[in-house]
Design a protein around this ligand. Structure first.
Ligand code: XMP
Length: 518
């Protein structure tokens, strides 16, 4: 079923995905495309509205991203944001200049005229600004609808042409009425109906998957992460036993996790489930290896080999290959979404599956979640009945505990780390603090320390607790977990886990640290 579309034209700003997510939160389907998208393509997409994003450039430089003026003649409503606002002004004959005072951060906005996009927005409100250039003169036919102390045209409109523009960023939460302004544009100006709902998505996707797959088989690499789990559940609903999920347990998952994934998918969903247990092979390959990058390389190569060796026994050229690619995986910053063609899709590298080997042939690649953002994937997962722990699972690196054991990886170290990490997760779940954290886990530090237990001196392993808060994992702050919680975790680990006599808390942000230790 076709949905109404709001098109985000990407001029290189940092919040472009956020704009699309905000639009989707209003139940309107939204895609990000590069500013180079041709007018013909835009016409063919038939959007209900277009949003020009921000960007780091100045509109009057020859090298700056721009677009044909024809776009303003399509009778499609347009909202320009920041650079997009200046571009609209510049292309339509207004004047854009460099400001004496840049505006950055929270600024007071004053609405000076009624507007469809300012409905239910207070006359005075706080907005998030980040600009050096400003609109000195709005183009003919436009009226200024809001200003700030340093920005005489903070928002403008040409009602008859359905063109609107704001110098600030409505998509970020710091803008007090940002969501309302986007909503106003989408519903008041573009007259969208809000036809993008996850129940419909499931129904429509299930039916199109059935049409596409027919009576063929589908093979899916299941990692136990959110995306591949939801893709598996969706495919199971569509085609049941025609789906075979291949789950490689390299022995570096968290405690009991392999069993949990297997139990979930075999008991709750109709499918063939193939589990490959290969801890021994991995440990043999990793014996004596201490250099972090070499460990990663071995884990990744071995995973690839085991995974595809198994797939080769199942695929005979007459099956599809499915994976849990999601929308952000397909968007390259500044370039918009790259449309993947079945069969040539790049395999998600962090699944450690690499490229499909030349000697494995498929009918094509199926990516049922390729249009969804992570929060939408989770919502679909919940609607499909996947357990909460899996749908809200924190990120877990492809090399698993391998990047959390400093030095050589051994069976004993895995056991100690799994047990310590289990206690940490158990405590965080019990006291509910996990909802405040982006990621948290234990690290086998490779250090030993002297301790005392009863009358005995001990010399045992040091475990570190790592917990971070972050929006994007590019930077992260160490989490300020309350001391009482840390005390309980420390008590329990030293009491319950053999081989550990000391717990330390990692108080390093990223940068200079990374989230993982290796
Ligand atoms: P770093 O350690 O790079 O971690 O600050 C940032 C985020 O990425 C995850 N991570 C990985 N994920 N394969 C993955 O799939 C990897 O090799 C890998 N290394 C780090 C890490 O858990 C954190 O969420």
């Amino acid at each position: 079923m076709a949905h109404q579309l709001v098109l985000v034209l990407d001029f290189g700003g940092q919040y472009n995905q956020l704009i699309a997510r905000r639009v989707r939160e209003c139940n309107v389907y939204c895609e990000v495309r590069p500013f180079t998208t041709s007018i013909e393509e835009i016409k063919a997409l038939n959007p209900a509205g277009i949003i020009f994003t921000g960007g780091p450039n100045s509109v009057y430089l020859d090298s700056s991203p721009t677009i044909s003026k024809e776009i303003f003649e399509l009778n499609i409503p347009i909202l320009g944001i920041c650079y997009g606002c200046q571009l609209m002004a510049y292309l339509l004959g207004g004047s854009v200049k460099t400001a004496k005072v840049s505006e950055y951060g929270k600024i007071n906005l004053c609405a000076i005229k009624e507007s469809l996009i300012l409905e239910d927005v207070d006359k005075e409100s706080v907005v998030w600004m980040s600009h050096t250039d400003y609109i000195d003169k709005a183009p003919d036919g436009f009226e200024i609808i809001a200003k700030t102390d340093n920005c005489p045209c903070a928002a403008m409109q040409n009602v008859s042409k359905k063109l609107y523009a704001v110098q600030f960023h409505p998509e970020v939460t710091h803008t007090q009425f940002g969501k309302q302004i986007l909503k106003n544009f989408i519903f008041n100006v573009c007259e969208c109906t809000g036809d993008w709902v996850m129940d419909d998505f499931i129904e429509n996707t299930v039916s199109s998957l059935r049409d596409k797959i027919g009576d063929k088989q589908v093979i899916l690499g299941l990692s136990g992460g959110v995306d591949s789990s939801v893709a598996a559940a969706l495919l199971s609903k569509a085609i049941g036993k025609q789906l075979t999920c291949v789950f490689v347990d390299q022995g570096l998952m968290r405690k009991d996790e392999g069993d949990f994934v297997e139990k979930t998918f075999t008991s709750m969903f109709d499918m063939n489930f193939v589990r490959v247990d290969c801890k021994d092979v991995f440990l043999t390959k990793l014996k004596g290896v201490t250099e972090p990058e070499q460990k990663r390389r071995i884990i990744s190569e071995e995973f690839y080999k085991v995974f595809w060796d198994k797939i080769k026994t199942l695929a005979d050229g007459d099956a599809y290959f499915a994976q849990g690619t999601i929308y952000p995986d397909r968007i390259e910053s500044g370039k918009g979404a790259s449309a993947d063609k079945a069969g040539s899709a790049v395999i998600k590298t962090h699944h450690n599956m690499g490229k499909i080997p030349d000697d494995v042939k498929f009918l094509g690649v199926i990516e049922p979640l390729g249009d969804l953002f992570k929060d939408e994937v989770r919502s679909v997962g919940e609607k499909l009945g996947i357990p909460h722990e899996l749908v809200w699972r924190q990120p877990f690196p492809g090399p698993g505990l391998g990047v959390r054991i400093v030095g050589e990886i051994t069976d004993e170290k895995i056991r100690i780390l799994q047990n310590a990490d289990f206690v940490l997760r158990d405590e965080m779940a019990k006291n509910g603090y996990e909802k405040n954290l982006s990621q948290f886990f234990c690290v086998f530090t490779g250090s030993k320390a002297v301790g005392v237990m009863g009358d005995h001196r001990t010399y045992e392993n040091v475990i570190a607790i790592r917990a971070v808060t972050t929006d994007d994992f590019m930077t992260a702050d160490w989490a300020r977990i309350p001391y009482d919680i840390l005390a309980e975790v420390s008590n329990r680990i030293t009491n319950e886990v053999d081989g550990v006599n000391r717990i330390v808390y990692d108080i390093t942000s990223k940068p200079p640290g990374t989230v993982e230790w290796e």
